[in-house]
Ligand binder design. Structure first.
Ligand code: DQA
Length: 148
C-alpha cells in the first residue's frame, strides 16, 4: 500500500498495561485487543497501520517525525504525555499530517489536570471516553478525512 493509505498509530506510556491497569477506569481490553480491532477495521477501510507503543517521550517524537516520510496521518493516544508534552505537540505540528487524539477515558470528567491537552490544538480533533471504541472512531474519522 502507498504512503497515502498508511496511518501511524501511537500508544503512549502505560498503555502496555491495559487489561490489568486500573480496569475500573480503562476497562479490561488489552492493548493487543485494541490493536487487533484496529487491524480488522483498517482492512475493512483499506488502509495500512504502523503501530507503536512506547513509554518514552523521545521514542514517540522520533516515530512522529518519521511519519512524514511514509504515512498520511496519525492516530495517537499520548496517555499521560497529553497533559505534559510540548515536544509531542511540536512534533505533530511539524509533520503537518492530520492527527486525531484519542483517549479511552473521558479526560474532561476526571481530575482537573487531565482536562488540558497540549496536543488538542494541533490535532484535527479529539475523541475521548468511549473505551477501545475511541480508537475505532478515531480511525474512521481519519480515513474519512483522508478521502475528502
Ligand atoms: C488516557 C488518559 C490519560 O489522562 C492517562 O494519563 C492515560 C490514558 C486515556 O486513554 O484515557 O494514561 O490517555
Amino acid at each position: 500500500m502507498t504512503a497515502a493509505r498508511r496511518i501511524l498509530v501511537l500508544h503512549g506510556p502505560n498503555l502496555n498495561l491495559l487489561g490489568t491497569r486500573e480496569p475500573g477506569v480503562y476497562g479490561s481490553t488489552t492493548l493487543q485487543g485494541i490493536n487487533e480491532s484496529l487491524a480488522a477495521l483498517a482492512a475493512e477501510l483499506g488502509v495500512e497501520l504502523r503501530t507503536l507503543q512506547s513509554n518514552s517521550e523521545g521514542a514517540l517524537v522520533d516515530a512522529i517525525q518519521g511519519a512524514v516520510a511514509d504515512c498520511a496521518a496519525i492516530l495517537i493516544n499520548p496517555a499521560a504525555y497529553t497533559h505534559t508534552s510540548v515536544a509531542i505537540r511540536d512534533a505533530v505540528a511539524a509533520t503537518a499530517l492530520p492527527a486525531v487524539e484519542v483517549h479511552l477515558s473521558n479526560i474532561h470528567a476526571r481530575e482537573a489536570f487531565r482536562t488540558h491537552s497540549y496536543l488538542a490544538p494541533v490535532a484535527v480533533g479529539q475523541i475521548s471516553g468511549f473505551g477501545p471504541d475511541s480508537y475505532l472512531l478515531g480511525l474512521r474519522a481519519l480515513v474519512n478525512r483522508l478521502e475528502k
